[in-house]
Design a protein around this ligand. Structure first.
Ligand code: URA
Length: 209
């Protein structure tokens, strides 16, 4: 899979785990190939399964509001999920399903190569920090295998509980600073300086011998 398009095509015809049997549409994920921010959720819900796009239901509306609170829109970021097909009745994906589906997410991470990964909820947190508790690490920039990761709660969990809602709003406020820190940690590759035009070159030293 050498492009995001190839990954999406592979996801759409994937039958690697039993989740494909219950899907209406697989949800590969979407966003610019050069996005600086990648959000990783859990898996498609009812609306996502119908539309084939990530975060388009109530959790998605909340996510868009959170993005707008930091001056961003969803088309500026890459949005992916741990599993690309909806688990039955929105149950959590099983470890075996996550493992089978990881080939797609891992390749998406490699190709997009985001500056900062935002994990949404426990399941995607576990991809980077297995066994870590979300309440301990949320809203803090951490590094894992050379990648900058900023865990937040899942917007669906925070949607209807006021105290969690304030927490996730607060965590999103920290994203611009985390992104800036991530940029400084791994600066963009230096572009070679343009060649000096001939007539601006210093005169060559004349040799007397
Ligand atoms: N919840 C997720 O984790 N992912 C989606 O795409 C939608 C809801």
């Amino acid at each position: 899979m050498n492009s995001l398009e190839e990954i999406a095509q592979a996801v759409l015809s994937c039958t690697a785990c039993p989740l494909h049997q219950g899907r209406t549409r697989a949800v590969p994920g979407e966003g610019p190939a050069n996005a600086e921010l990648m959000f990783i959720g859990e898996g498609p819900g009812f609306q996502e399964d119908r539309q084939g796009r990530p975060f388009v239901g109530p959790a998605g509306q909340f996510l868009e509001g959170l993005l707008s609170s930091i001056g961003m829109t969803r088309d500026q970021v890459f949005i992916a999920n741990m599993v690309k097909c909806r688990p039955p009745n929105n149950r959590e994906p099983l470890p075996a399903e996550v493992a089978e589906c990881s080939r797609y997410l891992e390749r998406q991470i490699q190709l997009v190569n985001p500056r900062l990964i935002i994990t949404l909820g426990r399941i995607s947190l576990a991809r980077f920090f297995p066994g870590e508790s979300i309440s301990r690490v949320r809203g803090k920039l951490r590094e894992k295998d050379g990648r900058d990761v900023y865990p937040v709660m899942h917007p669906a969990a925070a949607l209807h509980r006021q105290e969690l809602r304030s927490a996730i709003i607060q965590d999103f406020q920290g994203i611009p600073a985390a992104l800036e820190q991530a940029r400084q940690r791994s600066p963009a590759p230096q572009v070679a300086p343009p060649p000096v035009p001939e007539d601006e070159k210093p005169p060559e030293q004349l040799s007397l011998f």
